[in-house]
Design a protein around this ligand. Structure first.
Ligand SMILES: [Zn+2]
Length: 449
């Protein structure tokens, strides 16, 4: 990001752009194999070649840690892209060969008819495949673009999912706070974050951390993504009337200690959840907002009375994933100049701006800039780590809630009284210790400040 551009960083940014030659060399394997398969046609039936190609794509996807595989029919072209560490990368872009029915092969695996329906209907399927001795689950969705069918494969690799709280990437202080907080006998804790921010992983990690045979843990989910030992997980099914609210009412008759509600999006579910948090149950849930303080505003909008929020809420966490800088090629960087920091914080609330500035410029930093090498496919980054915004409640914050204050006021009060450490602050901490870069933290938190 040019904004943070000191000299070193500008050079690194320049080096980060992969040249076409390097990019194609890195992608050679799928592309090469595809051309080899085309040459083999005539010697083997087309369906065998399609099976080979789909296996190959999935093996690469697991090896490259891709979360999603996009298979795109674009007129006469076939394109395959992987999402790795949150960013899409081209793996294959070549003239389509109709003798190798790749799309049909995936459709059959997903349980669809080989050919897409003539009039659009929603198609979702899943299949499981053994790759490298591990069972990989794949969820498939089809979409009819004007240029041909697009399939998106969500790759669920249990091994990639670190389900220990210690593996999420929280610093020691936040980790200690969270561990204490999730041991409250009752109350409700909220997690927010965009799709793919790792909030489901965090929820599971928290449940796993407190789960013992002595307590009854029940979850309502849509969908149940992973099955955890010792947990009673249930799948929402709106068609049969097993809605969030109905599920929750049923759970409350099941003598629960800890309840996980996958998502709160309506008044009824919110109301039952908050009330049961007041009557001796510990609840964990996610809610869709851009940051932790906005959760309260969202509950106000749903019509939840302020006293119910103030008396049941334990705290809230918001999270994003940032890419970890490649330790093979990352270079040391000087902290940004004071002028650059002043420019960056100029529109922030003064209290927040002061903290952010001090945090960035505090001596003892180990800032890094990304460069690019074969180990990171020239992206400068390998893997991702969570950044966390943690908001806790105290007298002052509760008073703001009871006063029905706007989000800005709640946020400011929480920061001022030391009860809110924002995503940006946590991200700067991870840039300071060299796990990621400042530009990556700014990119990911840009919509928050
Ligand atoms: Zn590298």
């Amino acid at each position: 990001m040019a904004f943070w551009g000191n000299k070193q960083e500008d050079q690194a940014q320049g080096g980060q752009q992969p040249s076409p030659a390097r990019a194609s060399a890195a992608n050679a394997s799928i592309e090469e194999s595809y051309h080899n398969l085309i040459e083999a046609k005539g010697r083997a039936p087309g369906i065998d070649l399609a099976i080979k190609l789909s296996d190959l794509i999935l093996e690469h996807a697991v090896a490259e840690r891709a979360s999603d595989v996009h298979i795109e029919n674009q007129g006469a072209n076939l394109r395959v892209r992987f999402r790795v560490d949150g960013i899409l990368q081209d793996m294959l872009n070549a003239p389509k060969n109709t003798d190798i029915p790749l799309t049909q092969r995936i459709r059959v695996l997903a349980g669809f008819d080989p050919e897409p329906p003539t009039s659009f209907r929603n198609e979702e399927g899943r299949f499981q495949k053994m790759i490298g001795g591990r069972a990989i689950q794949v969820r498939v969705s089809s979409f009819p673009t004007v240029n041909g069918e697009k399939l998106v494969l969500r790759v669920l690799d249990r091994q990639q999912l670190g389900l220990d709280l210690e593996q999420l990437g929280m610093d020691q202080e936040s980790l200690a706070i969270i561990k204490k907080l999730i041991r409250n006998p009752y109350g409700i804790f909220f997690i927010t974050g965009s799709t793919g921010s790792g909030k489901t992983t965090s929820l599971y990690a928290m449940l796993k951390n407190i789960n013992t045979p002595m307590i009854n843990v029940i979850s309502l989910e849509d969908p149940v993504e992973y099955r955890l030992d010792g947990l009673n997980q249930a799948q929402i099914n709106a068609k049969t009337g097993f809605t969030w609210a109905e599920g929750l009412r049923t759970i409350l008759r099941q003598d629960p200690d800890v309840i996980m509600v996958g998502e709160i999006r309506d008044y009824e579910t919110a109301e039952i959840s908050l009330r049961s948090a007041l009557t001796g149950h510990l609840l964990f849930t996610t809610i869709h907002t851009i940051n932790a303080p906005s959760i309260i505003e969202r509950l106000f909008e749903m019509g939840i009375p302020p006293f119910l929020i103030a008396s049941s809420m334990l705290g809230a966490m918001s999270q994003r994933l940032v890419r970890k800088v490649c330790q093979q090629c990352a270079q040391k960087a000087a902290p940004p100049s004071e002028a650059v920091v002043n420019e960056f914080i100029k529109n922030m609330d003064p209290v927040e701006a002061k903290i952010v500035k001090e945090l960035i410029l505090k001596p003892g930093s180990d800032y890094k800039v990304e460069k690019g090498c074969p180990a990171c496919r020239n992206t400068g980054y390998v893997g991702r780590v969570g950044i966390f915004e943690l908001m806790l409640m105290n007298e002052e914050v509760r008073k703001q809630v009871l006063d029905h204050s706007p989000t800005d006021m709640i946020r400011r009060t929480a920061i001022q009284t030391g009860k809110l450490r924002t995503l940006l602050m946590d991200g700067i901490g991870k840039a300071r210790n060299g796990s990621t870069t400042l530009s990556e933290v700014i990119r990911v938190t840009a919509t928050m400040v």
